[in-house]
Ligand binder design. Structure first.
Ligand code: IPM
Ligand code: MG
Length: 368
């Protein structure tokens, strides 16, 4: 029987409880589709700091290296221990480090507003058209997040200066552009490339390179849009977008905005992919929503983003397309039959029942 090795890094906040539900759903696919998932838990984030004084303990990194993919929960509790310096805090020392370590340059964030959740979308019905369905393709290992210099320095008189550097090479833009165009080919064949070419050197290069790569994809329509306009267009007419192609920080911001249109940040999965070797793509799969410490441990979190991230893992890293589709349709079925965690619940919706994290996971696993 084909076996896949998965490192499960639940992390902090709601991470452990949504991870538990995702694993439950994965176990159900294992039974139905006849493959074996070897899942190894490892601490990360504040859980890593508590365990080994490091947000990414050596043993965790080791387990990741020996695995075929990483299923990640979420890390970062802004209010914990201010004496831990920013470079050692989970966001940078665990999550960004893992992205860099494994060369996970391509981040895919599919946003879909199911028609049953029209009420959870902040936009008026007429702006939702026939449904919102956007794929944000975000660059993940370059730009301002990683560019050097990156520092804060004293400049005298009690003042400081903070520097972040936005930097992209032709090659970095090119390889991600191929991901965006290839993804568009499997969808509605439209790429909107986001930049700030009216002000930033990076934006000018971005636009040039994307235009050039686009010539190899005559069947895909390419538009360019300034990031400020894109933020506005997302709320005015989200249905115009198919693939939104963004550098790291723009993608971070726009994907949260898009997620709200999809009903809830608790519904947004993501795949972070490196290069493909043969038919194997190493990936890290995580919900985009964060640790949500205010609702952690209360059985309130929506596990769907984590469960859909597991589906993306089956598809992109293991090529288990049927199993991935089974999870996605089980999620759709749970929504159609009125299962709602608090973030997508409305008292005005007939037939909807408010349930917890665990019950949502069980409802989905039962359908798989
Ligand atoms: C995300 C998150 C991370 C990011 C944080 C937690 C570092 O916001 O994955 O979108 O900014 O990339
Ligand atoms: Mg973000």
């Amino acid at each position: 029987m084909k076996t896949y090795n998965i490192a499960a890094l639940a992390g902090d906040g709601i991470g452990p409880e949504v991870m538990r539900e995702a694993i439950k759903v994965l176990r159900a696919t294992e039974k139905r589709f006849g493959f074996k998932l070897n899942i190894t838990d490892a601490p990360v984030g504040w859980a890593g700091i508590d365990f080994a004084k490091k947000a990414l303990p050596d043993i965790t990194l080791d387990i990741c290296k020996r695995s075929d993919s990483i299923l990640f929960g979420s890390v970062g509790l802004p209010d914990r221990d201010p004496t831990i310096p920013k470079e050692e805090r989970p966001e940078r020392a665990a999550l960004l480090r893992l992205r860099k370590e494994f060369g996970l340059f391509a981040n895919l964030r599919p946003v879909k507003l199911p028609k049953e959740l029209a009420h959870a979308c902040p936009l008026a019905k007429e702006r939702q058209g026939d449904g919102i369905d956007i794929l944000v393709v975000r660059e993940l290992t370059g730009g301002m997040y990683f560019g050097q210099p990156k520092m804060t320095e004293d400049i005298g008189g009690g003042n400081q200066r903070a520097i972040d550097t936005m930097v992209y090479t032709t090659q970095e833009i090119e390889r991600l552009a191929h991901v965006a165009f290839d993804s568009a080919r499997l969808r509605r064949k439209k790429v909107t490339s986001i930049d700030k070419a009216n002000v930033l050197e990076n934006g000018v290069l971005w636009r040039e390179v994307v235009t050039r790569v686009g010539k190899d994809y005559a069947d895909v329509k390419l538009d360019h849009m300034f990031v400020d306009n894109a933020a506005m267009q997302l709320v005015l007419k989200p249905t115009q977008f198919d693939v939104m192609f963004c550098e790291n920080m723009f993608g971070d911001i726009l994907s949260d905005e898009a997620a709200a249109l999809g009903g809830s940040l608790g519904m947004l999965p993501s795949a972070s992919l490196g290069t493909t070797n043969g038919n194997q793509t190493f990936g890290l799969y995580e919900p985009a929503g964060g640790t949500a410490p205010d609702i952690a441990g209360k059985d309130l979190a929506n596990p769907i983003a984590q469960i859909l991230s597991a589906a993306l893992m089956l598809r992109h890293s293991f090529g288990l397309n049927d199993a991935a589709a089974a999870i996605e349709s089980a999620v759709q079925h749970a929504i159609e039959t009125g299962h709602r965690t608090g973030d997508i619940f409305s008292a005005h919706e007939a037939g909807a029942k408010r349930i917890g994290t665990r019950a949502m996971g069980e409802a989905i696993a039962a359908v798989v």
